[in-house]
Ligand binder design. Structure first.
Ligand code: NAD
Length: 491
């Protein structure tokens, strides 16, 4: 059994309360590592270390260029350790190794991109309309950042959150999900190897309701960046308001994948399958609502079901596995509950619809497709976070847009058409942070990612993201000579 410790102030340390918990491999159901079950005191130690790093010592006096160089060094270390980190994360959350290795190979680009951006955060000299004043703006780090992540892609979220935060000059305290903390704890060693000063990057493992809540409450944390469920996100938003923390919230979705009758049907079918069955449907961007133009609905449904039926379940470490286990026992139960709800509401299951019992750990669900789904059914409105697709027909563009937007979420959408005018009209009309046309699940460190409506607040990736880790300061300097003016009126 392996042991992972907290990473605080540049050192691996045991939890102060002496409590530990086990992390389970979802493929075989076996506990494989011991991780700290931290408490408020661990959080405070980490926040104080982060605060010290920002106010005294080498990090506080480092130039942005030096900071950027450390980040590029870290990128190279992640690249060199991609296989090892990918294997840890697969053991922890059951994601396919092929997907994880791809993520880890791409992960360094966030550190390179933001490392390069660190010394380009320019302010402006303002052509101010006050005589005898020199005025300029500058950008300062917002302060200590608390980063709370979900279990489905912990290391990717580290890149999305910590790379812009550190480029901005912040220090971070990460609280990974209690279901998948090992890869984040292993990653921390690379920040030390890259030469990051103590306290810049900290990880405290533990439960959300204790460690997570303590981080959100801590008066010395200036900003919370969170990826997780909308229920937890709403709680954190309210809690963060008490100390006026800045927040970035990346929450859930019920993304529509819209297939028009003029599209390339092979590409669309592959995109639909990738949108819902990749990562066993455990992605916030899952294209869980397939909207198909009625003229091709039956034929396209058949095509998608045939392709979906070819998905091979198995050991996520094996290259030929397409569907891995569900990561957590509560999530497994939630998916099965939604399958029951869909049946009770009158939707018809044409593929899967039950647990796959032929696997060792027991946490497998068959790729599932429902037809005869009405837009007002719960299966069409609520996030399942599993391999469950709902198919809904539509007549024309207006009908497709109306159904697509009839949701509290607005994270992502797919549009499949060969008609460029339609592609532009529909992608403009969809209220979602990302719209993919003739592709799905394409992400980049350059492209802002985040949700409209109840899918979240703020954006990650791209230049836009770094602004959320900065405060703008306006400085006005008088160079007037002579007597002071009237002190009782505004200048
Ligand atoms: P979750 O909300 O249960 O947990 C997320 C994190 O918050 C974990 O680290 C957890 O320990 C912590 N947490 C839980 N309760 C807390 C509290 N009271 N105070 C502070 N922290 C607390 O989410 P999850 O089950 O880990 O992840 C699945 C969800 O994440 C899905 O809804 C999915 O859509 C969403 N998600 C969103 C994105 C995105 O970028 N928009 C990406 C992946 C996942």
């Amino acid at each position: 059994m392996e042991t992972y410790q907290h990473f605080i102030d540049g050192q691996y340390v045991d939890p102060v309360g002496g409590e530990w918990m086990y992390t389970v491999n979802p493929y075989d159901g076996q506990a494989w590592a011991r991780i700290p079950k931290g408490c408020e005191r661990d959080v405070d130690r980490a926040v104080q270390a982060a605060k010290r790093a920002m106010t005294s010592g080498p990090y506080a006096s480092m130039t942005p260029t030096q900071r950027g160089k450390l980040m590029v060094r870290l990128a190279d270390l992640v690249a060199a350790n991609a296989q090892r980190l990918a294997e840890i994360e697969v053991r922890d959350n059951g994601k396919l190794y092929s997907e994880m290795k791809g993520q880890l190979d791409y992960h360094p680009e966030w550190w390179r991109y933001y490392g390069g951006l660190a010394d380009k955060l320019e302010g402006a000299v303002m052509p101010i309309d006050k005589p005898d004043h020199f005025a300029f703006t500058s950008h300062e780090p917002v302060g200590v950042v608390g980063a709370l992540t979900a279990w489905n892609s912990p290391l990717l979220f580290i890149a999305w959150k910590c790379a812009p935060a550190i480029a901005a000059g912040c220090a971070v305290v990460v609280k990974p999900s209690e279901f998948a903390s090992a890869s984040t704890l292993a990653f921390a060693a690379l920040t030390r190897e890259a030469g990051f000063p103590d306290g810049v990057f900290n990880v405290v493992a533990g439960l959300g309701t204790t460690v997570g809540a303590a981080l959100v409450d801590h008066p010395d944390v200036a900003k919370i960046t969170f990826t997780g469920s909308d229920t937890t996100g709403a709680r954190i938003y309210a809690q963060a308001a008490r100390t006026m923390k800045r927040v970035t919230l990346e929450l859930g979705g019920k993304s529509p994948n819209i297939v028009f009758d003029d599209c390339d049907l092979d590409k669309a079918a592959a995109g639909v399958i990738s949108g819902i069955f990749a990562a066993t449907g455990q992605t916030c961007i899952a294209g869980s609502r397939l909207l198909v133009q009625n003229a091709i609905k039956d034929a396209f449904t058949e095509r998608v079901a045939t392709l979906g039926a070819t998905a091979r379940r198995g050991d996520p470490m094996k290259a030929d596995t397409n569907i891995g286990p569900v990561t957590t026992p509560p999530q497994y139960q939630k998916i099965l509950d939604y399958i029951d709800i869909a049946r009770r509401e009158g939707a018809r299951c044409i593929l899967g619809g039950k647990p796959a019992t032929d696997m060792p750990g027991g946490q497998f669900v068959e790729p599932t497709i429902f037809v005869d789904v009405k837009p007002d059914m719960r299966i069409a409105r609520e996030e399942v976070f599993g391999p469950v697709l709902s198919i809904i027909g539509f007549d024309d563009e207006a009908d497709a847009i109306r159904i697509a937007n009839d949701t509290i979420y607005g994270l992502a959408a797919g549009v499949w058409t060969e008609n460029i005018g339609r592609a532009i009209r529909v992608s403009r009309a969809i209220r979602a942070g990302t719209v993919w046309v003739n592709t799905y699940r394409a992400i980049s460190y350059m492209m802002p990612f985040g949700g409209m409506k109840q899918s979240g607040i703020g954006r990650e990736s791209g230049i836009e993201s770094i602004r959320s880790y900065l405060e703008t300061k306006s400085t006005l300097i008088s160079f007037a000579q002579g007597a002071p003016g009237n002190p009782f009126v505004m200048r």
